[in-house]
Design a protein around this ligand. Structure first.
Ligand code: ADP
Ligand code: ADP
Length: 226
């Protein structure tokens, strides 16, 4: 069974042309998928729908077998907390909070006891090469390190799906390359990762690329990259 299914999805915002005009797309567990295309083509809208942050005007969105259009807001936020992690271009880390606590926060809704949360947070940060930064606050970390903390925070609850919107947008190319490694590692652990990116270098390294234009999927290509 697919982890994500968009079936003939339409989305129009008030006062604009349609953002999505009939998108059909499935994503399997553990897949690493890039979504590329010009600015305004509907990439973020697709990501928001996959993240259950938004609902389609027409068509179906199924996440982990559940039809998003049939769930009320409370059930949706539970599905989201259990299944989906988010990473943004701006790292969105809480200011003044040490890395280990920022990551441990990612487990609050999973009902994990506090001490266990910090242990698991430390373990994930170590896996991402940040074992020496546990007590550092965001302003004491480089951009690349902050983004890896943000990924750790999104992934500490082992979501089936990680959604990343321009995750390398504020990183230099070395930090961007490191982030790509982190994403590959996550996929190796079974998390499906969907990345919206303008970064051609990043997109070129992804095994599956979906090109979006004018609210439609124009190409959906698998490549042998590794
Ligand atoms: P992309 O991520 O490819 O840049 P978006 O999904 O952000 O594209 O946007 C698709 C279209 O929908 C654009 O025309 C954009 O201006 C419009 N749009 C996106 N979000 C909103 C919103 N919240 N309100 C109104 N229009 C929006
Ligand atoms: P930008 O558009 O400058 O790249 P981000 O990548 O930070 O901004 O955010 C992408 C989208 O995700 C925005 O539409 C924003 O409203 C939304 N967003 C940002 N933070 C959160 C959050 N914590 N939870 C849900 N949606 C968010």
């Amino acid at each position: 069974e697919s982890l994500v299914e968009l079936i003939d999805v339409h989305r129009r915002y008030a006062g604009t042309v349609a953002a999505l005009r009939g998108v059909t797309l499935s994503i399997e567990p553990g897949e690493l998928v890039g979504i590329v295309g010009p600015s305004g083509s509907g990439k973020s809208t697709m990501l928001h729908l996959m993240g259950t942050l938004d609902r389609p005007d027409a068509g179906r969105v199924r996440i982990d077998g559940q039809d998003v259009t049939e769930l009320d807001d409370r059930k949706l936020s539970r599905l989201r907390a259990r299944t989906i992690g988010f990473v943004f271009q701006q790292f969105h880390l809480p200011t003044g909070v040490p890395a280990v606590d920022a990551v441990a926060d990612g487990l609050v809704y999973a009902g994990v006891p506090r001490a266990t949360r910090r242990e698991r947070a430390a373990r994930v940060l170590e896996r991402l090469g940040l074992g020496h930064r546990l007590g550092h606050r965001p302003d004491q970390l480089s951009g690349g390190e902050q983004q890896r903390v943000a990924v750790a925070r999104a992934c500490v609850g082992s979501p089936a799906l990680l959604l990343a919107d321009e995750p390398t947008g504020n990183l230099d190319s070395a930090a961007g390359d490191e982030l790509v490694e982190v994403l590959f590692d996550l996929c190796a652990q079974g998390t499906a990762v969907v990345v919206v990116t303008h970064n051609l270098d990043l997109a070129g390294q992804l095994p599956r690329r979906v090109e979006v234009k004018d609210g439609l999927v124009r190409e959906d290509r698998l490549t042998e990259v590794r």
